[in-house]
Design a binder for this molecule. Structure first.
Ligand code: FEO
Length: 184
């Protein structure tokens, strides 16, 4: 008896997402190492924490595939792209990676919708929300760097930014949680 509740296409796209989340973890890991090599230990810490988040995302998809009776296929991952050439470049590349991941999540949502696979559609909604948060976190990094002076930031403002990011929250507040009493 076939107990696999995933179509072949859904199983394939979810397995591809497992690889994407693993690759995202490698991007954060490599940027963390790069930041540390430049003396930004706070920013490195921030990226290392997010590396772990991406591994957790990968595990969620693996658990979902297994829980639906599907087959998980662990494949090779692409190595991270070359090192950024500045903090601005680092944060911009990170944002681009997150937007690409959002597009991949939307493809899962679209396929689940087309196939009327409401279980996968429902599962993917967690990731839709998570991507809002992840994109917001990186937008905030870019905003903070801009305030610090961007590529022309002084050593002192970069020192302060590094200190701040070493302890920055790992989660961004979501609009749906906002109220007039608690705007953010
Ligand atoms: Fe797992 Fe940053 O998306």
């Amino acid at each position: 008896m076939n107990t696999n509740r995933l179509s072949k296409k859904i199983e394939d796209i979810l397995n591809s997402q497992v690889t994407k989340e693993a690759e995202a973890a490698q991007v954060y890991l490599s940027y963390g190492c790069w930041a540390d090599s430049k003396g930004y230990s706070g920013i490195a810490n921030y990226f290392f924490r997010h590396c772990k988040e991406e591994r957790n995302h990968m595990m969620k998809v693996i658990q979902y595939i297994m829980g639906r009776g599907g087959e998980v296929k662990i494949t090779d991952t692409k190595g991270p792209s070359k090192n950024p050439n500045s903090l601005q470049d680092c944060f911009e590349k990170t944002f681009k990676h997150e937007v690409e991941n959002t597009t991949a999540i939307y493809e899962i949502v679209n396929l689940a919708h087309d196939e009327k696979d409401w279980a996968t559609y429902n599962f993917a909604q967690w990731f839709v929300q998570e991507q809002i948060e992840e994109e917001k976190l990186i937008m905030d990094l870019l905003d903070k760097l801009k305030i610090a002076g961007g590529d022309k930031a002084s050593d002192e403002s970069l020192f302060n930014l590094d200190e701040y990011l070493g302890q920055a929250p790992d989660h961004a507040p979501l609009p749906r949680e906002a109220s007039m009493d608690k705007p953010e």
